[in-house]
Ligand binder design. Structure first.
Ligand code: SME
Length: 160
């Protein structure tokens, strides 16, 4: 199906987690840490064109801190990749966004995408969305590593 040999090499996620811990240490403010987390992901992972938060408000996702081009402000639960991840409360990896029914194209450069739910206890805080211009950019190892980084962000941040 896709050429996996051309896929971006998996970074050392254990090392990235240590870097993230020292980046977020000493401050637990949500907006501050969410902005830092977005920038950290955007600058440390190769071949990305967007990385950021959408925050749950009732049954809608509202654009939060991000890196990349301006994006859609509101996404209802159940719509697009972000809305599906929010509704199902699970990570969704899309190898080719053009083949995903209902994909919301914010940046025409995006070809693949991973959306991770951000959950604190029982509460869905929102999702963290990452887009890549590369088809099939996100492997199982990326999913696992990114889920750990999101969990680290949640553990080191206060939510209102
Ligand atoms: N593509 C997303 C919308 C958000 S932008 O990619 C930043 C989606 O289908 O939910």
């Amino acid at each position: 199906m896709f050429e996996t040999t051309e896929r971006t090499r998996t970074p050392d996620y254990a090392q990235l987690e240590l870097q993230l811990q020292s980046l977020l240490a000493g401050e637990r403010n949500f907006v501050t840490n969410a902005a830092q987390f977005s920038a950290f992901i955007f600058q440390t992972l190769a071949d990305l064109n967007w990385a950021g938060f959408y925050l749950a408000q009732d049954q809608t996702l509202l654009l939060g801190p991000f890196q990349g081009k301006v994006a859609c402000v509101k996404i209802p639960f159940g719509r697009g990749v972000c809305g599906a991840a929010a509704q199902q409360r699970k990570t969704i990896v899309v190898a080719d966004v053009h083949a995903f029914d209902g994909h919301i194209a914010c940046d025409s450069a995006s070809n693949s995408e991973i959306v991770l739910p951000v959950i604190v206890g029982e509460r869905l805080l929102g999702v963290f969305d990452i887009d890549s211009p590369q088809l099939n950019r996100f492997s199982d190892a990326d999913q696992l590593g990114l889920e750990k980084l999101v969990a680290c962000f949640v553990a080191m941040t206060d939510v209102a």
